[in-house]
Design a binder for this molecule. Sequence first.
Ligand SMILES: *Cc1c(COP(=O)(O)O)cnc(C)c1O
Length: 354
Amino acid sequence: MKIHNFSAGPAILPQYVLEASAAAVQDFANSGLSILEMSHRSKEIVAVMEEAEKLVKELLHLGDDYAVLFLTGGASSQFYMVPMNLLNEGEKGCYIDTGAWSAKAIKEVSNFGQVEALASSKETTYNYIPKDWTLPSDAKYLHITSNNTIYGTQYHDMPNPDCMLIADMSSEIFSRNFDATQFDLIYAGAQKNLGPAGTTLVIVKKEILGKVQRTVPTMLDYQTHIKKASAFNTPPVYPIYVCLLTLRWLQAKGGVAAMEAINKQKAALLYDEIDRNPIFKGTAAVEDRSMMNVTFVANNKAHEAAFMEYCTANGISGIKGHRSVGGFRASIYNAMPQESVAFLVELMQNFKPE
Ligand SMILES: *Cc1c(COP(=O)(O)O)cnc(C)c1O
């Protein structure tokens, strides 16, 4: 039976990426060596790092005023690296609290400077993106979580504040067109929409760095990794290579704009069924619905276990909603084929609760 992987992360990767990464474990670039046993200083691996950086910039139309880094520690380490590298004591980082990941980011800031949450949708289980807030004049940066993996909400209009703009794009990077030059720093754990767990993509405008007075530990200083092209220490070579394969696949598909067109169709297919089918209802505010993580519940809670069972019996994997939202979450990242979304819709149509 074919398994359709709707997991929120680690998540589905393109078939091409799985095959090419498996081959590289046997023999990488005709070197006679496995990629797992090669020096990160070898010319083959240096070429991987360079191409990955180049493709990220090409896909997002970024120039050399930005640095592209592949770090470790997950997106969660960026929650503290951002304020540590950007805020002097007493300076203020502003956040929009749109979910558990935003809240975790907010929690780290007071170790380094001041923090202000300008708005929060926590009271309604983060089912919408707050848009009614004012930026204080002393804001050093504004941080948003552009796609909220757990709740299925997404910014459709990015804010454009009079300060630095920072985004956690873990579960949506490369899924849609946006003006990356409006952002000063973007980060994304690879394991949602880019590659396997083990590396975090960081895109940073170089001019914002080097302005804090505190001593930043070497490994936590973005400038360390910029100077050494993400190889100050041994980088997670294999996860980065898998990301590179995804980036090549993305480019061959026509890049981010082409991806967005397909992602829009996939999301519309699923949301149309959720809205049409009397058994189900969506949990996110319609205007803020995510193209990547589609959250829905059964109108009658008693039907949820039966639908879950029906899905499992038909090869649908990873569709259980996060415990804070319940119900179902279909993550339909870039690598998710349209046919799999259509198959899920068909199951929703054929599902007959007792
Ligand atoms: C998964 C996720 C994270 C956490 O990523 P780690 O790499 O596990 O630290 C952070 N932010 C968002 C939006 C996520 O979806």
